[in-house]
Design a protein around this ligand. Structure first.
Ligand SMILES: Cc1cc2nc3c(=O)[nH]c(=O)nc-3n(C[C@H](O)[C@H](O)[C@H](O)COP(=O)(O)O)c2cc1C
Length: 181
C-alpha cells in the first residue's frame, strides 16, 4: 500500500508536522507528498490511501489553498477510495470553529462516495463547537493544536498513525476475504 499525502499550510505549522512527524511515522509505507496548490487532476486517480491535511482559518474557513481548490475538490469521485484527514486548529482562540476544516473536507469525501478511516476521540480537547465532529465523541480525523498543545502533537500523531495502520490492515483483509468468497 502506498500513501498520497495532500496538505495546505498558511503559516507553516501543517508543513512542519508533515515533515517532522507524519512522514517518519508512516514508515514503512511509501509516501508521496503534494501541496494542494500543486495538485493535478491525475493525482486523484490513485489506489493509494489518501491522507488530507488542513488547518482551519478565519472563523471556520478552509486554509487558503484548500479554499481556492474547494470547488474542484467537490467534483472528485471518491468511490472506492479510502481517505484519512488530519486538521490543525486552535481550541482556545477559535473554540466555536475548532478544526472545522476536517469536517468540511470529510463531508465532501463522503458525499462523493469515499470511505473515511481514522476517526479520532474528542476526549482531552476543550472547545465549544466544531464542524469536524462525526458525533459528540469523535472527530472525522485527527485534531492537532500546535497553538496550545504542541507538546501532545507527537503522541497524538503516533497513536493516530498506529490506528490507521490497523484500519488499513482490516480493510485489506476484508477485501481479500471478499475476493476469496
Ligand atoms: C487569523 C486566524 C484565524 C484562525 N481561525 C481558526 C479557526 O477558525 N478554527 C481553528 O480551529 N483554528 C483557527 N486558527 C488556528 C490555525 O488553524 C492554527 O494556527 C494552525 O496551526 C495554522 O496552521 P498553518 O500554519 O499550517 O496554516 C486561526 C489562526 C489565525 C491566526
Amino acid at each position: 500500500m502506498k500513501i498520497k499525502l495532500i496538505f495546505g499550510s498558511d503559516t507553516g505549522n501543517t508543513d512542519y508536522v508533515v515533515d517532522t512527524y507524519i512522514i517518519n511515522l508512516l514508515d514503512p509505507y511509501k509516501v508521496e507528498v503534494k501541496e494542494v496548490h500543486n495538485l493535478k487532476p491525475e493525482d486523484w486517480k490513485t489506489d493509494d490511501l489518501i491522507i488530507l491535511g488542513i488547518p482551519t482559518w478565519y472563523d471556520g474557513d478552509l486554509q487558503s489553498d484548500w479554499e481556492d481548490y474547494y470547488e474542484e475538490f467537490t467534483q472528485i469521485d471518491f468511490t472506492g477510495k479510502t481517505v484519512a484527514i488530519f486538521g490543525l486548529g486552535d481550541q482556545i482562540g477559535y473554540s466555536e470553529y475548532f478544526v472545522d476544516g476536517i469536517g468540511i473536507l470529510a463531508k465532501a469525501v463522503l458525499h462523493n462516495g469515499g470511505t473515511i478511516i481514522g476517526h479520532w476521540p474528542t476526549e482531552g480537547y476543550d472547545f465549544d463547537e466544531s464542524k469536524g465532529l462525526v458525533n459528540d465523541d469523535y472527530f472525522y480525523g485527527l485534531a492537532i493544536d500546535e497553538d496550545n498543545e504542541s507538546d501532545l502533537t507527537f503522541e497524538r500523531i503516533d497513536k493516530w498513525i498506529k490506528q490507521l495502520k490497523t484500519e488499513i490492515g482490516q480493510l485489506t483483509e476484508f477485501a481479500q476475504n471478499l475476493e476469496m468468497a
